[in-house]
Design a protein around this ligand. Structure first.
Ligand SMILES: Nc1ncnc2c1ncn2[C@@H]1O[C@H](COP(=O)(O)OP(=O)(O)O)[C@@H](O)[C@H]1O
Ligand SMILES: [Mg+2]
Length: 240
């Protein structure tokens, strides 16, 4: 298979006021792969995703998606190209039902049969969502809301999905189911995935390639298999 860079970040620099959060981050995500970005709290993982999806301005560097420069385009223009970001903390519409949330994810689409099929796909992925389809999203558990956030993202028909800490604060049994479905989304739909995680063990187990971020810089860039056996990575991120 020809290797195509779906996402290419070059020397990205981002700051909040006078605080510099990213000091020239470069990374690549090949089409069809799962790439993970791991690192401690505050390393700059979320900032990287926010800059890619246009939620925060890059002060320097480039973001290329599908061969085109998308640096600092407005978020809606980036979503419209099929690059979808599931932010940290899930952010589902608490007062809307599960099904209403899913429909919101498809608001840019006109292909009704496709929308219905993708909703069915979401319910097959996460049967809990089907059971709760008329329930207000805000009344569900954190893990169920994470499932909804992922299923809603699929409703926008992304070609590339960025997930920010899908395991954060979620019961282990639901984490396993969510990670199985992340792999299934990648395999069954060919959706390219950039996965941000503090849970490095989990993220490296499901991804092809990984980057370790430390205080706004890439410290390691390797296959996930190699990172899992790298002594420094093991000591600092995998619990020895
Ligand atoms: N809204 C913000 N205002 C000011 N500083 C921020 C803001 N968000 C993040 N930061 C700072 O930017 C750095 C990177 O944060 P973040 O990208 O959230 O890290 P991670 O997602 O890896 O935990 C940290 O030093 C953090 O304190
Ligand atoms: Mg974060």
């Amino acid at each position: 298979m020809e290797v195509v860079n779906m996402l290419e970040i070059e020397n990205l620099e981002v700051g909040y006021g006078t605080i510099k959060a990213l000091h020239g981050v470069s990374l690549r995500v090949n089409q069809g792969s799962i790439v993970t970005l791991i690192g401690a709290n505050g390393a700059g993982k979320s900032t990287t995703l926010r800059a890619i999806s246009g939620l925060i301005k890059a002060r320097g560097g480039k973001v290329r998606y599908d061969g085109e420069d998308i640096t600092n385009l407005p978020p809606h223009a980036i979503v419209a190209r099929g690059l979808c970001h599931v932010p940290e903390g899930r952010m589902v519409f608490a007062n809307l039902t599960v099904e209403e949330n899913l429909r919101m994810g498809a608001y840019l689409r006109k292909d009704k049969p496709g929308v219905a099929a993708d909703m069915e796909f979401g319910y097959e992925m996460f049967p809990r969502l089907r059971e709760r389809r008329h329930q207000a999203a805000g009344t569900m558990s954190g893990g169920e809301q994470q499932m909804l956030a992922i299923a809603r993202a699929i409703m926008s028909k992304p070609r590339c999905l960025m997930l920010d800490e899908p395991s954060l604060g979620i019961a282990p049994i639901l984490v396993r189911s969510i990670f199985e479905q992340i792999v299934a989304i990648n395999k069954a739909r060919g959706i390219t995935i950039l996965l941000v995680e503090q849970n490095a063990n989990l993220a490296l187990a499901v991804s092809h390639h990984g980057y370790v971020l430390e205080t706004g810089k890439v410290l390691f860039d390797d296959t996930s298999a190699a990172l899992r056996t790298n002594p420094q990575v093991r000591a600092a991120y995998l619990g020895g």
